[in-house]
Design a protein around this ligand. Structure first.
Ligand code: DON
Length: 316
């Protein structure tokens, strides 16, 4: 497949249920080698064997296999939507005066650099994401509602909502995130009340399926236009910004190695989901809750890797 042309690479219309099912079967055993996140007690209760694999192909067609109706919390995948809204409302320049564009060799909850550098490394790690959410306007939970509504729009799925139990669990145990929030209040980067931190906890608790993630992947792959052709939010510059951040930091300290092996803008969450965008091509959504040491879904990574290799999807 090494000689696949750019045009062929982005024509993924021959990927079918059989392709996805064989990749899922081959990789589902990886859940045994990973660990379900339990630092948020409510997250530890998920079924470690649940697995799903979905794509929206370059024609906007949805194909999925496995536990396709299984819902999980999107966690850090929500950070790309928060970034989108923060930039739509404030402009890129204002947002990135307060946050870096840096890649990272640090885990998602690293924040020591807030002291030395004075601002979060990027909007994909927790500190930067807490800050982008605080930059979305609105009282109390209005910024969260905007994030939720945008996800409902992108997925064309108005039934998406959030898990009250996971939200409560995050709020009760998220002392490290609370620490970052107050450190940024101390520097003046954040000016609002702890409602703003609650919105971050709520957005992490939004529940969706691998199919929903594939639609989100397609959206950013295609200049913020929806899988059914709706172009209400079409914005090439914004899509490029978000894809670039997914590439350099979407998989945290694994991002560099992931760029080498998969080579696609992607964002993971500790709920076990990963969203992938093939620029000007398809969207991919995977789910398997057992994680590697970086907090990325292990079986999910291997399913993406196999599909990317088979169709030479790497952007390089
Ligand atoms: O901030 C947290 O701890 C989580 N609610 C979200 C972090 C996350 O998903 C990191 N991901 N891989």
């Amino acid at each position: 497949t090494s000689s696949v042309s750019f045009a062929q690479k982005n024509n993924t219309t021959d990927i079918n249920v059989t392709t996805l099912a064989s990749i899922l079967e081959k990789n589902k055993h990886y859940h045994k080698e990973g660990t379900v996140a339990d630092y948020i007690p409510e997250l530890g209760k998920v079924d470690p064997t649940a697995i799903s694999f979905a794509i929206v192909n370059s024609d906007g067609k949805l194909i999925s296999v496995g536990d396709r109706n299984h819902k999980f919390t999107m966690q850090s995948v929500s950070k790309i939507i928060a970034l989108m809204l923060a930039v739509m409302e404030n402009g890129e320049e204002t947002v990135f005066e307060k946050i870096g564009y840096y890649g990272t060799d640090r885990p998602f909850n690293h924040f020591a650099n807030l002291e030395t550098m004075g601002k979060p490394l990027n909007p994909m790690m927790n500190a930067g994401a807490i800050l982008t959410t605080s930059m979305i306007s609105g009282k109390e939970d209005e910024p969260f509602v905007k994030i939720l509504e945008m996800i409902r729009y992108i997925t064309n799925n108005p039934s998406i909502t959030y898990s009250q139990a996971v939200y409560q669990s995050e709020k009760e145990t998220g002392h490290r995130n609370r620490g970052m929030f107050y450190l940024m209040k101390n520097t003046g980067a954040i000016t609002g009340s702890e409602d703003q931190l609650d919105n971050y906890f709520r957005q992490c608790s939004i529940e969706l399926t691998a199919e929903d993630l594939a639609k989100i992947g397609y959206f950013f792959a295609n200049e913020c236009s929806r899988y059914d052709g709706d172009k209400k939010y079409k914005n090439n510059a914004l899509a490029k910004l978000i894809l670039s951040q997914m590439l350099v930091a979407g998989m945290y300290e694994f991002s560099g190695e992931y760029a080498r092996t998969v080579g696609l803008p992607s964002k993971s969450g500790v709920g076990g989901g990963i969203v992938v965008s093939v620029p000007h091509g398809m969207g991919i959504g995977v789910f398997s809750p057992a994680l590697d040491s970086h907090g990325n879904s292990l079986a999910g990574y291997h399913m993406i890797l196999d599909l990317a290799k088979k169709y030479d999807l790497s952007i390089f």
